[in-house]
Structure formats: structure tokens, C-alpha cells
Design a protein around this ligand. Structure first.
Ligand code: HEM
Length: 469
């Protein structure tokens, strides 16, 4: 596979940039509708070709070798601006981590980190993940088809409401769920990609609807923050409680606006990608029954009433989740905009250009992952991968802050459902398609619960070791 220093100068592209596909229009259409087949076709241009992205976001140099990924993702943060800030501004609030760059970003990450890295905190989240998975899955009637991605979304929304927002009262949970759904429904792709449409038009139209939904949810979250601030400092370990007791290095407290913006960003950045991955895990396991059998044997090494965080110790389960995110990483590509020129491989890419790591293409490299379209969790036992070869959660200063939370949720939700029920796929044909800013299963993985699970005897097989999570 050609590396960035041996890129082909194929079609003409912006001055000083490597070549790439000639039609920005078709590339944009395919990016928006069928990104995975576009990624496969783009490999013919080699690592470091240039594509022009949708809606005049400008040329982007696309990398998919470990070295180029490292050059981009480990560059000093002052090298970059946000890519496509207008589109991001419709999704993420202005003071959230996702919208910050440089020193402001580093300062905010330090504030948030303890809520996602301490062992005790992660263990506290584990119980909700198990309980919610079992409760919501048990509501599916045996033998009746359901869409696994939708079930996983409901589970993850509830996990976020409990573990991130810290809301335990059921009426309050219902209200929050309703208001979040209203905001989601009002956030149309047209508003995200066409900033010119963001006008209130005298209180009518999509933007006015979005503003109303946003105002209602904002009021609700500020009420939640005010009530929590009024409570005596306790031992609660949800993200909101931890944020309210966190301090910046200079001793200052994050404002209500910052706390609000971060809560929304954590919710928006995390729950859909995790739910998508859960649904793919169920798809692959049931598509390849030998992997399911092996996983069931591993799960049976733990008692049914084991503390849920113990599922994170199981190496085959870890490898199944990793292999799922290798084939179709839900965050399929990562973008930055250069403020200053950056050397990638042997090329210097000029300031003002977008640079991107296409994780889907990196994860499909034959030299790293032989037979890349084959679901084979065992590959993670046969060799270890560097953070720039396998990177579903990104790498460097912007690596997913919720990675441990997300990975634990994947493992606990999958294990909890499999230990209680046997399931079957409604269709063995599933393809990856564009879903919002990510990539997910076109049909959402339709399945049905067949029967209660029988508990298997404990196995003896050697297990793959964990990687990168
Ligand atoms: C399987 C599930 C998930 C995947 C695959 C995933 C993937 C990623 C990736 C690839 C990035 C890096 C983006 C970049 O470099 O531009 C990222 C960033 C981020 N993720 Fe996740 N994520 C997941 C779940 C979560 C969860 C559950 C949360 C929060 C609870 C979360 C919060 C964030 C935040 C706040 C960022 C921005 C970090 C920064 O800019 O410093 N993610 N995620």
C-alpha cells in the first residue's frame, strides 16, 4: 500500500496538494450516502491524497497509514483549528471540550478527566449498565422481532441519564428523555450543514423549532445544576456531581454554562457511537456462531451474579468489541484544519488545508489486518497493535475522553444480555451506511429473543490479550 511519501499525483487538485478524485461533487454525494464504499475506492489514490469535502468545507488531505496518523494526531495542538466549526456549532455548545482548541482544550480536559478515569468511578457506572441492559432487554417479547440498534440506543440514553446527569427520579428521567428527544428531532441535517438556514423567521420554521427545544432543555438542565449545587457535597459519583466539585488549576469553579455545555457534549459525543457498536457486536456474533460459542464459554467463567465490572477482565469479550470497531469504526474519520504547515511523511501540507485520518481505511489495511473484511477477534491475540494502527477511539490529545466508559458499557451490556437470553438474527445481510456524522448498520440489526439462556460449563481455552482500551 503506498505511503504518504509515495503518493500518486493523479488528478489535478488544489495548488501544492497531492492529487485525488477529480469530482468533488460525486465524492461529496458518496461521502454523505455510502461512505464505506467511497473509503474502499479512495485507497487507489494512496495514503495522503486530497479530497474536497461537502459544502465547500475545502480540500482535505486524507491519511490512512500509521505513520501519517501519528504525524497528524501527535502534532502540537497549536497546529490546528477546528474543522467545519459552523457545522459543529449546531451540534455542540460553544464552551464544550469538543469546540475548544489549544490551551483552553487542555485545561478543560484536565477538569473532565477524573470523571472518566478513576477506577472507583467506572465501577459505580457499571451497575447501571448491567441493570439497564437487563431491564430493557427483558421488555422485548420472546419471539417478536426488534431492532437491536434501537434497543441499544434506549439502554445508552438511560445509562447517560443515570451516570452522566445523575438523575435517579423516574419522573425527572422521563422529562429529560422527552426534552432530549425533542431537541434531537429538531436538529435536522439541513440546519447542521447550511448555516444560512439558521434564522428564526418570526418564530416559524425549523430553526425556530430548534431554538424552542434548545431553550426548554437548557432550562431543565440549569434547574438540575442549581438543585445539585444546593445539595451538601456528598459522595455521588455521577459525572455532573464530579464536575460540580472539580476545580481548574487556579482554583476556579466551572460555571453553570460550562457544566451545561459539557453535559450535552458528553451525551451527544457518546451514546450513539456506543449503541451502534453494541448492535454490530450482536450482528457479528450471530453471523459467526463459533465466535458466539467461544464468547459464551468465556462468560461462563464468571458467576451470574459477578460484579459487572469483572466483565472488563475478559479478553475474548474485549477482542470481540475491538474487532467490531475495527471493521466499522462508528467514528469513521477524524478531521483537523491546519493553522500552520505540517509535515506528514515526506510532504509538507500548507496552512489552511484540512487533514484527516480515515480510520475505516487504516483498519482495512491488508498489511496490518490480513483478510480485513473477515470478523476474526483472534487477530488481537496473534499480535499487538500500536495506538496508530488500531484506533477506534482516536489517539493523541483529543483521544476519546469517554473511551473507558464506552468500552466498559460495550462489554457489560453485551455480556448481560447474552447471559440471560439466546437471540437470533432476522437477516444475515447487513451493510454499513451513513448515520448522522458516523457510520452504522443500515437495518439497525433486526433480531429476536429466542429463549432464556442456558448456563454453559466453564471453558479451558487460551484467551486473547487485551489491546488499546
Ligand atoms: C464506542 C463508543 C465511542 C467511540 C467509538 C468514540 C470515538 C471517539 C473518537 C474517535 C474521538 C476522537 C475525535 C477526534 O480525534 O477528532 C472521540 C472524542 C470524544 N469522545 Fe468518544 N467515542 C465513543 C464513546 C464516547 C462516550 C460514551 C463519551 C462520553 C461519555 C464520549 C465522549 C467524547 C468526547 C467528549 C470527545 C472529544 C474529546 C476531545 O476533543 O478532547 N465518547 N470519541
Amino acid at each position: 500500500m503506498p505511503e504518504i511519501n509515495e503518493m500518486k499525483s493523479t488528478q489535478s487538485s488544489s495548488e501544492g496538494l497531492p492529487g485525488g478524485p477529480s469530482s468533488a461533487f460525486w465524492t461529496s454525494i458518496r461521502y454523505a450516502t455510502d461512505p464505506v464504499s467511497l473509503y474502499r475506492d479512495l485507497t487507489k489514490y494512496g495514503d495522503g491524497h486530497t479530497v474536497t469535502m461537502p459544502l465547500q468545507m475545502g480540500p482535505v488531505v486524507v491519511a490512512y497509514s500509521p505513520q501519517a496518523a501519528k504525524d497528524i494526531l501527535t502534532a502540537d495542538m497549536s497546529t490546528f483549528d477546528l474543522y467545519g466549526p459552523d457545522a459543529l456549532a449546531m451540534v455542540f455548545r460553544p464552551r464544550s471540550l469538543v469546540m475548544l482548541t489549544g490551551e483552553a482544550h487542555a485545561k478543560e480536559r484536565k477538569l473532565l478527566m477524573p470523571a472518566f478515569s478513576r477506577r472507583a468511578v467506572l465501577a459505580a457506572y457499571a451497575a447501571t449498565m448491567k441493570e439497564t441492559a437487563i431491564q430493557y432487554a427483558s421488555e422485548q417479547a420472546i419471539g417478536k422481532p426488534f431492532v437491536m440498534q434501537k434497543l441499544a440506543q434506549r439502554i445508552m440514553l438511560q445509562v447517560v441519564i443515570r451516570d452522566v446527569f445523575g438523575v435517579t427520579d423516574s419522573a425527572e428521567q422521563d422529562e429529560l428523555r422527552l426534552r432530549i428527544r425533542e431537541l434531537f428531532e429538531a436538529s435536522s441535517p439541513a440546519l447542521i450543514f447550511f448555516p444560512a438556514l439558521r434564522r428564526p423567521f418570526g418564530g416559524f420554521g425549523p430553526y425556530a423549532n430548534w431554538q424552542r427545544a434548545d431553550a426548554t432543555l437548557t432550562k431543565l438542565i440549569h434547574g438540575l445544576i442549581a438543585r445539585r449545587r444546593a445539595e451538601p457535597p456528598g459522595t455521588k459519583l455521577d459525572v455532573l456531581s464530579l464536575l460540580l466539585s472539580a476545580r481548574y488549576d487556579d482554583g476556579t469553579v466551572p460555571s453553570d454554562e460550562v457544566v451545561h455545555d459539557e453535559l450535552m457534549a458528553l451525551f451527544l459525543a457518546g451514546h450513539a457511537a456506543t449503541a451502534t457498536t453494541i448492535s454490530w457486536v450482536f450482528y457479528w456474533l450471530h453471523r459467526y456462531p463459533e465466535t458466539l460459542t467461544r464468547l459464551r464459554q468465556e462468560l461462563a467463567t464468571l458467576p451470574l451474579d459477578a460484579e459487572p465490572e469483572r466483565y472488563t477482565e475478559l479478553s475474548y469479550l474485549d477482542a470481540v468489541c475491538n474487532e467490531t470497531m475495527r471493521i466499522y469504526p462508528p467514528v469513521a474519520d477524524l478531521y483537523r484544519k491546519l493553522k500552520v504547515p505540517l509535515r506528514i511523511g515526506t510532504r509538507t501540507i500548507p496552512a489552511g488545508t484540512g487533514v484527516s485520518v480515515f480510520t475505516t481505511m487504516l483498519h482495512a489495511r491488508e498489511d496490518l489486518f490480513p483478510e480485513p473484511m473477515k470478523f476474526r477477534p483472534e487477530r488481537f491475540a496473534e499480535r499487538s497493535y500500536t495506538p496508530f494502527e488500531f484506533m477506534p477511539y482516536g489517539a493523541g490529545a483529543r483521544r476519546c475522553i469517554g473511551a473507558s466508559f464506552a468500552h466498559q458499557a460495550l462489554q457489560i451490556v453485551v455480556a448481560s444480555i447474552l447471559r440471560h437470553w439466546e437471540l437470533g438474527l432476522e437477516s444475515t445481510e447487513e451493510t454499513a451506511t451513513r448515520q448522522g456524522v458516523g457510520v452504522g448498520p443500515k437495518k439497525g440489526v433486526p433480531m429476536r429473543i429466542l429463549r432464556a439462556a442456558t448456563q454453559e460449563p466453564a471453558p479451558v481455552a487460551a484467551q486473547p490479550r487485551a489491546v488499546n482500551s
